[in-house]
Design a protein around this ligand. Structure first.
Ligand code: DGL
Length: 300
């Protein structure tokens, strides 16, 4: 029987659940250990030094729980701490930024990419660098007209506007994703991106896919909303294949099939803050039962 790899996922809070959900939907034979650093959320205005320390503690904890691959399901950590974390741990790691930028480059039809993210992610300029890297590595828009024009130097493809959205994470963590207040704030945050005539919008924070319906209503059908998690899953599939030396990954059993606390588990949840709040908000957001959440303090 094929070995079930254990994937360790961490984020500042419930945001990484959006990535976990895509992994569970698309990859059958994996187990997930999830850590949400809810005692220290938000990460969005933390310094690089803090994010490195938090990342080290989270990864050491996840490795202690049997993780064989780490998904840094936090754009803020991916944009700042990931290169250092890769040097410090001998374990495969996948971040959010490179896959997300590549997906945006592949999907844009007008070459006008927008980003919403935390303050730290925006300030790092990691996404604009990653867009340039994706282009120089040969990722091209699927749209052939833009591809040809770009190759002939007659069109540009770039991140034209990045907007930080500091109020989104606290609202989502409080379970207010669909409130009137959140909708009003979203209108304000998205206005400069609409003015910049973007045609794709990268959700550069793993919390934001929970706002997708709200954002789509404001932006309409002319802006394609990109969740980097989709590209992260592709990268994870390829990595697992390399680790196994081949094998197919496809659609799967619901997470509830493997029961937590029994021998056959599929997901395990740990948080540094209040387990009850995480369970409550996570259940509402995922619409799937999160049965048991344990409180831990990594680094102690
Ligand atoms: N969900 C994380 C991200 O992708 C962190 C957000 C925060 O804690 O501010 O950036």
């Amino acid at each position: 029987m094929k070995k079930q790899r254990v994937i360790g996922i961490f984020d500042s809070g419930v945001g990484g659940l959006t990535v976990m959900k895509e992994i569970l939907n698309q990859i059958m034979d994996v187990r997930i250990v999830y850590f949400g650093d809810t005692a220290r959320v938000p990460y969005g205005n933390r310094s690089t030094e803090e994010l490195i320390r938090f990342g080290e503690e989270s990864i050491a904890f996840l490795i202690g729980q049997g993780a064989e691959v780490i998904v840094v399901a936090c754009n803020t950590s991916s944009a700042t701490a990931l290169p250092v974390l890769r040097e410090r741990f001998n374990i495969p790691m996948i971040g959010m930024v490179e896959p997300g930028a590549r997906l945006a480059v592949e999907q844009t039809m007008a070459g006008r990419i927008g980003l919403i993210a935390t303050e730290t992610t925006v300030r790092s300029k990691a996404y604009s660098s990653a867009v340039s890297r994706a282009l120089s590595k040969g990722s091209f828009p699927e749209d052939s007209i833009l591809r040809e024009a770009w190759q002939q130097g007659e069109a540009s493809i770039s991140l034209v506007r990045a907007q930080s959205c500091p109020l989104f994470v606290p609202l989502i963590e409080a379970g207010l994703s669909n409130s009137a207040e959140t909708r009003g704030i979203a209108i304000t945050y998205l206005a400069p991106l609409q003015a910049a005539c973007i045609d794709v919008l990268i959700l550069g924070c793993t919390h934001y896919p929970f706002l997708e319906p709200v954002l789509h209503k404001i932006l309409g059908d002319n802006v394609l909303i990109i969740d980097p998690a989709m590209a992260v899953v592709e990268e994870l599939k390829a990595l697992l294949k390399r680790m196994e030396g081949g094998g197919a990954y496809g659609p799967v059993l619901p997470p509830s099939v493997l029961v937590l606390g029994k021998k056959h588990w599929r997901t395990r949840y740990y948080v540094s803050g209040d387990p009850g709040l995480f369970r409550q908000v996570g259940n509402t957001l995922l619409q799937e039962p999160i049965d048991l959440v344990e409180q831990v303090t990594p680094g102690e």
